[in-house]
Design a protein. Structure first.
Length: 550
């Protein structure tokens, strides 16, 4: 691949020691691009001066003024260090974004209780902002933008006020992309537009708008549609973007498969998707290493590091054997998220061959376990790896927010409940728990004679992973039993079965509360094993069935 990028999306992009470590890793492993992904990054680098005089800024926003100065110097230093190692630097953003101070300068942007999405001012503002960034931080090699996400401050994909009610999404995206492309093209910089959208229809509108602006704009596509779900099909737009060059994005960390705390090695899946992307003419790939919502965690700090190691080999054109990559990972010092990462708790298993072999087996089967635990028959059954907290939210994640059927029509109705479907769902969760238990017992047995911090971290990691799998089993059984019962409230047997599963969920929660009492793990453990969400789910299910008395 011509472009082989490593992406920061979390707060560590602002810590030079972590950025330097990542750049050194990238240079040593054949990567040639660094991406800083922060939704409002351009607003942290530009005022723009076209709308803010020095007097205005000093009088009202002096802290922001100096933050921008600091940010510019920091990004320039990062980019220069990268360039010295043959690595390009890209800013990745979600637009339209702006600092609150703009509303003070332009109060007419606020119309009828919302931001005016249609005013032509936005294209003027966006072009001025990009122009100022390119001038102030000339080392930036390009900008990657998501115009179709609901996560930007101004978006036509969300319900906002408009002074042009008839404005089409196609025209809006074309105007946005053009406003960014013009100053970047003048400066000889790259613009890449991401396909990050929630529906297939939205995706098509965004990508078609790119083609209308220029066939020189890169189209950056997630390897799976909508988001990083390894259970989903290939992104159908890969290879179908006209003449525009295309990059393909991957997640090595685990936003939807354990957050790096509970490992999931997805290299078998990644290898197949790389082959597909190459066949479809992709010229670039990008590896996500963290996530904006989670503080102080990255793949370099976790047992998922083999995902990034394998990515670098695939990106350079080599084939991989997953067991070999895992073996190479275990041949060096590494860390677990539970132990605080490589700065706090690095360790080696060179003197513990039995533990190393047990961990290798566990890592090689990790995706098999995770895919059965937090997905339901390929559907996303979690909220960013957390337990569901209401029945409505569980189904919203399954079929709306992260629904697969829009991208794989053959999956429509795949969760329609029957006795056979319930059995299939419950059996999948039993398989996940059995795998997690097998891993936990093997790690415990292999480390039984060791009293090291490393052995304790591994025992704790795999014991907690077993609790995690059991938790999703309890949630799935309770949610689907309740859903089944609610379809026929007059069926006493279904009501009784649902109440039994809801009681079992509460018993699991109480046991987990006891397991976590007095512990001081990294904060992500309590995100993944959140007993308050389980309490909320239990109460919601009780209310849902509360109208029916047996």
């Amino acid at each position: 691949m011509d472009v082989r990028a490593l992406e920061f999306h979390g707060d560590r992009m602002w810590s030079w020691r972590w950025v330097k470590a990542a750049l050194d890793f990238a240079a040593a492993n054949g990567l040639n691009a660094l991406v800083f992904h922060k939704n409002d990054l351009l607003d942290l680098l530009a005022l723009p001066e076209r709308y803010f005089s020095v007097d205005d800024v000093w009088r009202r926003w002096p802290v922001r003024y100096h933050n921008i100065d600091n940010n510019r110097q920091y990004i320039r230093s990062v980019a220069r260090y990268a360039h010295d190692r043959g690595i390009r630097f890209f800013a990745e953003v979600k637009e339209i974004s702006f600092h609150d101070s703009l509303l003070a300068q332009r109060p007419e942007l606020w119309v009828n209780g919302g931001i005016d999405t249609a005013t032509p001012f936005w294209w003027e503002f966006l072009e001025a902002k990009v122009s100022e960034v390119v001038e102030a931080v000339p080392e930036i090699d390009g900008i990657i933008v998501s115009p179709g996400t609901r996560e930007s401050r101004v978006s036509i994909s969300t319900t906002q006020t408009s002074t042009k009610p008839g404005l089409s999404a196609a025209d809006w995206y074309e105007a946005l992309i053009g406003a960014m492309y013009r100053p970047l093209a003048r400066a000889g910089k790259v613009l890449a537009v991401r396909d990050f959208t929630y529906t297939q229809a939205e995706q098509s509108v965004v990508l078609d708008a790119v083609s209308r602006v220029s066939d020189q704009i890169v189209i950056s596509l997630k390897n799976t549609p909508h988001d990083y779900y390894p259970t989903f099909p290939n992104n159908a737009r890969i290879g179908h973007v006209g003449r525009n060059p295309q990059w393909i994005e991957f997640d090595t960390w685990g936003q939807f498969f354990g957050l790096g705390v509970f490992p999931a090695i997805v290299l078998d899946d990644m290898r197949e998707r790389f082959a597909y992307a190459r066949k479809q003419g992709a010229i670039g790939v990008m590896a996500r290493t963290d996530w904006e919502v989670i503080s102080d965690n990255q793949v370099l700090d976790t047992l998922n590091l083999p995902n990034l190691m394998g990515f670098t080999k695939l990106a350079s054109g080599s084939d991989i054997d997953v067991s070999d990559v895992v073996g190479q990972f275990l041949g060096h010092s590494f860390a677990t998220a539970l132990g605080g990462g490589v700065e706090i708790g690095p360790f080696s298993l060179d003197g513990a061959p039995r533990t190393k072999a047990a961990l290798a087996r566990a890592l090689n089967r990790s995706w098999e376990m995770m895919s059965k635990a937090v997905f339901v028959l390929r559907h996303v059954f979690h909220e960013d790896c957390m337990f569901p907290d209401t029945l409505k939210k569980a189904y919203m994640m399954l079929v709306e927010v992260h629904g697969i059927a829009d991208w794989a029509p053959e999956m429509a109705g795949a969760l329609d409940l029957t006795p056979e479907k319930l059995h299939e769902i419950f059996a999948e969760k039993d398989e996940a728990v059995a795998l997690a238990r097998e891993m936990s017992e093997e790690i415990a047995g292999a480390t039984a004679a060791e009293q090291t911090a490393a052995a304790e971290e591994l025992r704790e990691t795999y014991d907690l992973q077993l609790w995690y799998a059991e938790g999703f089993r309890a949630c799935a059984r309770a949610c689907f039993a309740a859903k089944w019962a609610l379809t026929t409230p007059e069926d006493a047997d279904r009501q009784k079965s649902a109440r039994s599963e809801i009681d079992a969920l509460e018993q699991y929660r109480l046991a987990l509360v006891d397991r976590l009492s007095g512990t001081r793990y990294c904060h992500l453990v309590y995100w993944l094993l959140d007993t308050h969400r389980l309490e909320s789910l239990h109460e919601d299910l009780e209310r849902s069935l509360g109208a029916f008395q047996l």
